[in-house]
Design a protein around this ligand. Structure first.
Ligand code: ATP
Ligand code: MG
Length: 421
């Protein structure tokens, strides 16, 4: 019986992994342009960390977490909580009042696996801690948009404000009154949710619920003066940076920690898995996790969805490393000679390939063609005896003789010279 990977857990094999590298390398490049530093956290955390930050009455905490019940530890379902835990634990705010951090890695949620929805999935997550400045909100969204644009992925940016502890309770009451009048028409989930977390009714995917909340009051019209001003400034910032966006009064996000700005990057090309990235501001969260009163904002991009979108593009260019030189040793003696030479070429930075299976010249030339090698070095028994190997330039088929030296270093350096021409 073959053992297969668990449902919802996926291998990333060569051929696909290059796209992942492209996504990750592009992200690292953009994040560093915006002066972000990398941080890496463990995958296991105390369950309480997520219950306290994401919120007890959320899908993630209620039904999606991989928890070892007996040990009260959980495999992280998202990055923000762990990142903040580390930020507080290491007093990073003392070192630098404003921290710009990013992390890339696997997250775990027990949901129904589908295209673009895995149980182990990967996020690229960025957080800015230490400033409530609305310009930072705009800058972050602009960074996400820039990254997606560089990847050639087109999305729309949707945004909302969820207010703050001053204005949200009032809106909650207004919304609750609206929902109460329509309660009988709502799905069971929403009937239940409306008691614990009525805002969640706004983003229920059930068409019947959607119809019911179409006319629901908008939180954007119930913001306190401070939140209203903040919201306006974020939009001004986006306009200043020429970032297109639209407002979405139904976007409430599935995590309890958000305040003020929330946003999602949405694609029309992945069916129900429409969000390629999402995030928002969480001004009370650091304090809630036992740290100082420090505001923050962040977002995470789902790597599986980005890779799927790249795969759907007609022409995906993958720059896998080009082979510089294929060393064809013919026969045992020549192979024995070539073996340490290949090692020295690699020490000198050349992507070098050698066949160890004693294949014929014809078959080795085929292999060299297949890996698209720039040069082939041919060393056979005859060449060894005559002290001359043949270097073939695969682009123009030109051949030149290379003196075989007993000192591998000298031979390597003459090869290096020719390969770099
Ligand atoms: P969704 O509405 O699709 O369930 P979410 O709101 O639960 O997304 P977040 O917690 O905001 O997602 O995570 C940020 C991003 O991570 C999402 O926009 C998505 O691209 C990605 N993501 C979330 N869950 C998964 C998953 N199970 N598999 C693959 N990607 C995911
Ligand atoms: Mg989800």
């Amino acid at each position: 019986m073959k053992i297969k990977a668990l449902n919802g857990f996926k291998d990333i094999v060569p051929g696909e992994v290059e796209l992942w590298q492209k996504v990750e390398n592009t992200a690292r490049d953009i994040f560093s342009r915006f002066n972000f530093s990398e941080i890496r956290m463990p995958i296991l955390e105390k369950t309480d960390l997520f219950a306290r930050s994401i919120g007890e009455a959320t899908d993630i905490v209620e039904k999606e977490m991989y928890t070892f019940v007996d040990k009260q530890i959980t495999m992280r379902p998202e990055a923000t909580a762990s990142l903040l835990r580390a930020y507080i634990q290491h007093g990073l705010h003392v070192q630098k009042p404003i921290q710009r951090l990013f992390t890339i890695g696997p997250m775990f949620r027990h949901e129904r696996p589908q295209k673009g929805r895995l149980r182990q999935f990967h996020q690229m997550d960025v957080e800015v801690l230490g400033t409530p400045n609305p310009r930072v909100d705009a800058e972050l969204m602009a960074m996400g948009a820039m990254l997606l644009e560089e990847l050639g992925i087109s999305v729309s940016l949707e945004m909302n404000s969820l207010g703050c502890p001053v204005c949200r309770p009032g809106f909650r009451e207004t919304l609750l009154a609206f929902i109460d009048e329509r309660r009988d028409e709502l799905c069971d989930d929403c009937k239940r949710r409306s008691k614990t977390n009525p805002l969640r009714v706004l983003d229920c995917k059930n068409p019947k619920c959607r119809e019911q909340v179409e006319e629901a009051p908008s939180i954007q019209e119930h913001l306190c003066d401070d939140c209203d001003e903040h919201f306006a400034s974020v939009q001004k910032g986006l306009q200043d940076l020429d970032v297109e966006y639209s407002l979405n009064k139904f976007m409430v996000r599935g995590l309890d920690y958000y305040t003020r700005t929330t946003f999602e990057f949405i694609t029309g090309d992945l069916g129900a898995q429409a969000a390629v990235g999402a995030g928002g501001r969480y001004d009370g969260l650091v304090e809630k996790l036992g740290g100082p009163k420090i505001p923050g904002i962040g977002f995470a991009l789902g790597m599986e969805r980005l890779v799927l979108l790249l795969q759907q593009q007609e022409e995906v260019k993958i720059d896998s490393g080009q082979v510089d030189i294929f060393v064809a040793g013919l026969g045992e003696k020549a192979s024995e000679f070539a073996f340490p030479l290949v090692h020295i070429l690699r020490q000198n930075g050349l992507l070098t390939v050698m066949d160890h299976e004693g294949r014929s010249l014809k078959s080795q030339m085929k292999q060299a063609n297949k890996v698209n090698s720039r040069f082939v070095l041919i060393i056979g028994e005859n060449e060894l005896e005559q002290g001359q190997a043949v270097l073939r330039n695969m682009a123009n088929q030109e051949q030149q003789e290379i003196t075989i030296q007993s000192n591998n270093n000298e031979m390597a350096s003459s090869l290096l010279q020719r390969c770099q021409q």
